[in-house]
Design a protein around this ligand. Sequence first.
Ligand code: AMP
Ligand code: MG
Length: 348
Amino acid sequence: MTSVDGDNQHPLRETARLAVDAAGGAGLRDALHEPGAWLRAGKLVAFPTETVYGLGANALDEEAVRAVFAAKRRPSFNPLIVHVDSLARAGDVVRAIPETAYRLAAAFWPGPLTMVLPRSAAVPDVVTGGLDTVGVRAPSHPVARALISAAGVPIAAPSANLFTQVSPTTAQHVLDHLDGRIDAVVDGGATDVGIESTVVAVEGDGPLVLLRDGGISREELQQHGFEVAAPAGDEDAGAARRSPGRIARHYAPGLPLIEVARGRDGALKLPAAAQSFALLARGDARGAEGASTTEVLPTDVAGFTSGLYAAMHRFAASDCEVVYVEALPERPEWRAVADRLRRAGLGR
Ligand code: AMP
Ligand code: MG
């Protein structure tokens, strides 16, 4: 630690990049032995999950968790999700596990579902933003699973990006934001789901309270027999109160996003006085010739979601002045993506 960067006196350090083969089976355990030990010892290690890359720290080590907030420049009222390898291991950080949580874990873990449960005394306040609850999830990505088990401690991990910016779906995205601010990144290739986990509060036998749309849709929760309630109050304000991290500006590429529709002929209809623009479309880019950066994502929701943040990172790095975004279908399965694009600035 020899230098500091100007904005917040954050000490710069060497960030190790460790490439691993996500399909590595038993070899993965060996490869992650050392980063697991670093985590246990209080260092910051970014790693892939099936949703986005997380910036991990030992959840039981207050100082390590504080360092996560500093590296991301994230305000400390915003709670972190604690990553575990099973509901049994969640027992280290939660006080009580209601029956509903067992059924949720059986249906959706490992996977992109975070449960907000009563916290145990072992969890430092800084992890939960002082709340009496803690968010826990068991990720399904083989690298995340092997790393959590190598660390042998629960891992608190927000997305591995600077606060309010686009979440990382590759190790390079992590380094673009956090090189010199964290100890290591484990490179396991591009993530699959591409947006963050769904967050639900589990309150005894009551309905689940949906705090954030994400990798698992409300409909999937309902199809598995779970009752899903919106947070009390206006849905967005209610969720923000219950889940302080749901601030409006988030996931933002730092450019205006403007929605565009297609005409009857199926071509995109762009505003006449087009500046230097980028385009985010589904399926094809007809009608939008002349874009400086064109991102055509798949028309299915999973394919689109998986590619969305990588496209946003490219927009952020381009020199365009505005991004035209093809309007999304108004169907329930598109809700999580619509939520992220709105927080990134679409329609504001
Ligand atoms: P991320 O932004 O992906 O790091 O996910 C963290 C988000 O999960 C927070 O910003 C909250 O919205 C939510 N969350 C985590 N822990 C809790 C908790 N104890 N209570 C309510 N929401 C939580
Ligand atoms: Mg985040």
